[in-house]
Design a protein around this ligand. Structure first.
Ligand SMILES: [Zn+2]
Length: 434
């Protein structure tokens, strides 16, 4: 395949792809007999984007679920209208609920929702809101107010799993220029790995998960990733236990990726990693709130941060209501990590965040007022959040270069135009391994 008149690193080039590899880059390459060609019309050709933090099954499920939270739904009246207008019969699955809408429980859903089983997932991912018909189908184990916390296993056991359409999700990701993802669900086991690898997604997959993946060999474009540590303030293990868990992962050659959205989660995790010793690839997911001491500590340890710049854009109103003004500049920091020399990358955290990396980049460039104006990134630094190698997110950006795997993303405009408004960028073509 020949891509003609592309812009590669600021220069007009033709790019040839053969056997899934970039085989030639030159100002002008004559087409070979029978070769497919694509006229880039001066659009920037960049390495395919890698989403360093996504939950594949939940995102695939969310694609066929009703949005029940901000920005689409911001009040209980709007929620009632959305539920009533939802097509279909039988189970209605909602996602993205947030408390800023108002209190929603079984009684409210029975009074204001449709006469069909309804379950709505809270944006945080841990709570389901259920009406009486849903509770009747699921059976014992749901609190009487219909607010079920950490009940995914119960729901799955009673209702069975709906097989997620991962191939459709892969198509949606490709349309955004994404040629690779890191799947971060903590409970992933070998059977999940095999399912992701065999789902027909074109993307390169790095799959985190449990010790059950320790001996997992690569399968197609899928490889085993870090051990995911997923604790919350209320169930944080003590330091020695957590340090032992980190050390066990390192002993089998795996880095850890630790979910840290509070100060306590972050500081205990850093202490555990320091106690166990750092392994290349150890990473903090989210680092949602990071005082300067935490930035310095992470820099000293050499641990990577994988953040979500778009959360500030999507959730600014809620953070203004819930987070002290003094803490707001410490949320989802960006430039502070770079200034401290920390390797910084981004992931969507879809379905809990939007899956569009261009919206995330735009949010990294335009921080909402009151959230640390000095944290904003340049468009180039924002793009680089998605260009690191899956095993070294935030490390050197992958390049469009001879001999590289042809994971490529062709933009609908040149980089000068793209950088002026990243949120408006369209992707003309995405190539996964050619
Ligand atoms: Zn996540």
């Amino acid at each position: 395949m020949l891509i003609q008149r592309a812009e590669v690193a600021g220069r007009r080039c033709d790019v040839r792809i053969a056997g899934g590899i970039i085989s030639a880059i030159a100002p002008h390459l004559p087409p070979e007999a029978g070769e497919t060609s694509l006229d880039a019309q001066g659009g920037a050709l960049i390495p395919g984007l890698h989403d360093h933090h996504i939950h594949l099954d939940a995102t695939a499920a969310a694609l066929c679920s009703l949005r029940c939270g901000p920005p689409e739904v911001t009040s209980r009246d709007a929620l009632a209208l959305a539920l009533a207008a939802a097509p279909g019969a039988g189970w209605l699955r909602g996602v993205g609920f947030h408390d800023s809408i108002g209190r929603v429980d079984r009684a409210w859903l029975d009074a204001h929702g449709p006469d069909r089983p309804v379950r709505i997932q809270h944006r945080g991912g841990r709570m389901w809101l259920l009406n009486s018909r849903a509770i009747a189908e699921i059976g014992a184990g749901v609190p009487t107010d219909g607010r079920l916390i950490d009940g995914d296993a119960l729901v799955a056991a009673r209702l069975g799993r709906i097989p997620p359409d991962l191939a459709a999700l892969g198509g949606r990701l490709a349309a955004l220029g994404i040629t690779g993802v890191t799947e971060v669900t903590p409970r992933n086991e070998a059977e999940d790995f095999a399912r992701y690898a065999g789902a027909g997604m074109a993307q390169r997959l790095l799959v985190m998960g449990r010790p059950g993946l320790d001996a997992q060999p690569p399968l197609g474009r899928a490889r085993r990733g870090a051990v995911k540590l997923h604790y919350h303030d209320h169930d944080l293990p003590d330091l020695d236990t957590l340090a032992a868990e980190v050390a066990r992962a390192h002993d089998v050659g795996r880095p850890v990726a630790a979910h840290c959205v509070t100060r306590a989660e972050l500081f205990v995790t850093l202490a555990a990693i320091e106690t166990a010793g750092v392994h290349p690839g150890d990473r903090i997911e989210h680092a949602s709130i990071a005082p300067d001491e935490a930035v310095d500590w992470i820099a000293r340890l050499g641990v990577t941060v994988v953040t979500q710049p778009h959360f500030l854009g999507q959730r600014a109103a809620a953070y203004r209501a819930e987070v002290d003004a003094a803490d707001r500049p410490l949320l989802y920091r960006l430039q502070a990590w770079r200034d401290a020399g920390v390797r910084l990358a981004a992931g969507s955290d879809a379905p809990f965040g939007g899956m569009d990396p261009w919206a995330a980049m735009a949010a990294a460039v335009d921080r909402p007022a009151g959230f640390g104006a000095g944290e904003a990134l340049t468009p180039e630094a924002a793009l680089a959040l998605f260009l690191g190698d899956p095993d070294d997110p935030g490390g050197p950006a992958r390049q469009v270069a001879m001999g590289a795997v042809a994971d490529l993303c062709l933009l609908d405009r040149g980089w000068e135009a793209a950088r002026a408004d990243l949120g408006a960028v369209g992707v003309r073509a995405t190539l996964a391994a050619g």
